[in-house]
Write a protein that binds this ligand. Structure first.
Ligand SMILES: NC(=O)c1ccc[n+]([C@@H]2O[C@H](COP(=O)([O-])OP(=O)(O)OC[C@H]3O[C@@H](n4cnc5c(N)ncnc54)[C@H](O)[C@@H]3O)[C@@H](O)[C@H]2O)c1
Length: 257
């Protein structure tokens, strides 16, 4: 059994009880980690109240707004963590966004603005969060992000997010190289398709049916199974693993033709 007792973990990307980040937060909590949870702020505070209500049983020690497009919010988040904890062992980057038209429309029609938006939220944000977290992260710390096979292969309805995930996976490798001398590890988990809020914008039903038909395990992955892979990468069991993309996809990625 993996234990993370005494470890402090920041989990981004919880929107509701289907979020992969919600399963990750539960696994980290079960393993004994203390939690800081962020939510995407909106005018009516709906996300905040939903996230607070959902995560209350995990007794997070920190709640903070964080729109990753806003440098001031990122700075404030890490000031709060510095004040309350003084250090950070685990950073979970579990978020993405793109305009629906840039996912489902013709790839050649993606405009500069939509491309930049997808890249900024879904790929650059990993660099921004790592930079802010770095002063708090000591040897043995771990960063994990979530990616999808659409960053490596063309998946229907994935469009600009394919470019963003390719960049995210490259960022994972370059950050791992940069932070390795501090013994901070950076990895990605490439999850198979799961019905979530973000996934409703892409062709997720088709992807799930295809995975059920052709993957070696003849099914798609669950949030909890993805979270188990993340938990492993956060633990000392993965102490020699960095810069990798680990597939938690019921084997879909090995299947050809
Ligand atoms: N669901 C899948 O099939 C699947 C497969 C592989 C990878 N992923 C990845 O997993 C991660 C989590 O997605 P999910 O499927 O759990 O969906 P989700 O909708 O539950 O989570 C996406 C999160 O991104 C957050 N977000 C969007 N824009 C933001 C911003 N500007 N600042 C801060 N947060 C922002 C949302 O608030 C939400 O919490 C994403 O990176 C997604 O690409 C999902």
């Amino acid at each position: 059994m993996i234990t993370l007792s005494g470890k402090k973990a920041l989990v981004t990307g919880i929107a509701n009880n289907r979020s992969i980040a919600w399963s990750i937060a539960q696994k980290l909590h079960e393993a004994g980690a203390s939690l800081a949870i962020t939510y995407l702020p909106d005018e009516k505070g709906r996300f905040e109240s939903k996230v607070r209500e959902l995560t209350a049983p995990l007794a997070p020690e920190i709640y903070a707004p964080c729109n990753v497009q806003d440098d001031a919010q990122i700075a404030e988040l890490f000031e709060t963590i510095t004040r309350k904890w003084g250090n950070l062992d685990i950073l979970i980057h579990c978020l993405a966004f793109a305009n629906r038209d840039d996912l489902q429309g013709p790839f050649s029609q993606i405009g500069r603005e939509g491309y930049s938006l997808a890249m900024d939220v879904s790929a650059y944000s990993l660099i921004a969060l790592c930079r802010a977290a770095l002063p708090l992260m000591g040897p043995g710390s771990s960063v994990v992000t979530l990616t999808y096979i659409g960053g490596v292969r063309v998946m229907p309805g994935y469009g600009v997010m394919g470019s963003a995930k390719a960049a995210l996976e490259a960022n994972t490798r370059y950050l791992a190289s940069d932070l390795g001398s501090r013994e901070v590890r950076v990895n990605a988990v490439s999850a198979g398709p799961i019905r979530t809020l973000a996934a409703s914008a892409v062709n997720i039903h088709e992807a799930i049916h295809k995975t059920e038909a052709v993957s070696p395990l003849k099914r798609s992955v669950t949030q909890a199974e993805v979270a188990n892979a993340v938990l492993f990468l956060c633990s000392d069991l993965a102490s020699a693993i960095t810069g990798q993309t680990l597939y938690a996809d019921c084997g879909f990625s090995i299947v050809g033709g």
